[in-house]
Design a protein around this ligand. Structure first.
Ligand SMILES: NC(=O)C1=CN([C@@H]2O[C@H](COP(=O)(O)OP(=O)(O)OC[C@H]3O[C@@H](n4cnc5c(N)ncnc54)[C@H](OP(=O)(O)O)[C@@H]3O)[C@@H](O)[C@H]2O)C=CC1
Ligand SMILES: O=C([O-])CC(=O)C(=O)O
Length: 273
């Protein structure tokens, strides 16, 4: 005898920007097993106007009001808000999908809280690719992971690292390597630009052993990430060229990655790790 169908997972969106808006539309159109239940926005009146075209209206609230309204939160807000969005969900044994992955490194207590309370933090592949292969390789031994990110100038301007080191990229005419280091260092210097490098490091050999280069390239229109992995099971390299969304720092594929991740949560056929 088949089991009764479980009730849909109530999904909250924290941050209604480039990712949040696309995700709200997709949830409203229907992701099996999920229903949009609430949205948190800074400017609630503006968010209510944005959401007025949804078929199924949802409350627009402050971040602190989300936990009783949802079983899972998708964090797609400025990185500084990560602990206040994710903490209450994982402490209640619920799930949080995290896009500001870089901020996890300075709030490792969130992972411990999820462990203690039976919650879960999910970092989707986001604007990157290949995290399935990296996770599989990490079950064996990975010798080295290298990532080279190239971005158009407007995808990088304003990053704290550039200000701190007096690096001006607005008028460059040739590609310029602006950073060489680790994802842990990049998460501090580029909090809105390099979540992908942190996600890669968490899937593989960690934020201190992964090596990262960042280039500003005035000829580029797409955020381009190349990853190179040497492991005892395989060697592989992959490149993704992201078409920017309304937010030039964020690739369009980011929201689609979250949609695919939510779709997999309750799917009868799940493909990929
Ligand atoms: N892991 C990955 O692969 C990727 C991660 N990211 C990260 O995902 C996050 C979201 O990206 P994106 O959608 O492009 O960012 P946006 O800047 O477009 O959206 C962020 C939204 O959060 C809102 N916000 C600000 N303060 C609050 C608050 N107190 N309560 C609720 N909402 C608030 C902003 O509102 P307002 O504009 O009014 O201030 C804005 O609408 C970012 O941290 C980004 O770095 C992005 C791309 C890839
Ligand atoms: O890493 C990020 O946060 C965003 C990014 O590079 C992209 O969208 O390509």
């Amino acid at each position: 005898m088949s089991q009764p169908r479980p009730r849909p997972l109530r999904v909250a969106i924290a941050g209604l920007g480039a990712v949040g808006q696309r995700l709200a539309e997709a949830l409203d159109a229907g992701i099996p097993g999920c229903e949009l239940s609430a949205v948190a926005a800074r400017d609630k009146a503006k968010a209510a106007r944005t959401l007025s075209t949804l078929r199924h209206p949802v409350p627009v609230v402050d971040i602190a009001e989300l936990p009783p309204l949802a079983d899972l939160v998708v964090e797609c807000a400025p990185a500084a808000l990560l602990p206040q969005i994710v903490g209450p969900f994982v402490e209640a044994g619920k799930k949080a999908v995290v896009l500001s992955a870089g901020a996890l490194l300075s709030h490792e207590g969130l992972v411990e809280a999820a462990r203690r309370h039976g919650g879960q933090i999910i970092v989707p592949t986001g604007a990157l690719l290949g995290l399935d292969a990296v996770s599989a390789a990490a079950e064996g031994e990975i010798h080295a992971v290298r990532m080279i990110t190239r971005k158009p100038v407007r995808g990088l301007v304003g990053a704290p690292y550039l200000e701190e080191h007096g690096i001006r990229i607005e008028d460059i005419r040739e590609p310029l390597r602006i950073f060489q280091g680790t994802p842990r260092e990049a998460a501090i210097g580029f909090p809105a630009n390099l979540n992908v490098a942190v996600a890669l490091s968490l899937a593989g050999i960690g934020p201190d052993r992964t090596s990262l280069e960042i280039w500003a390239d005035p000829a580029l229109t797409r955020n381009t990430h190349r990853i190179e992995v040497e492991a005892d099971s395989a060697s592989f390299s992959m490149t993704i060229e992201n078409i920017p969304s309304e937010n030039p720092k964020t690739g369009k594929i980011t929201a689609l990655s979250v949609i695919a991740c939510l779709r997999k949560l309750g799917a009868p056929l799940r493909v990929g790790t």
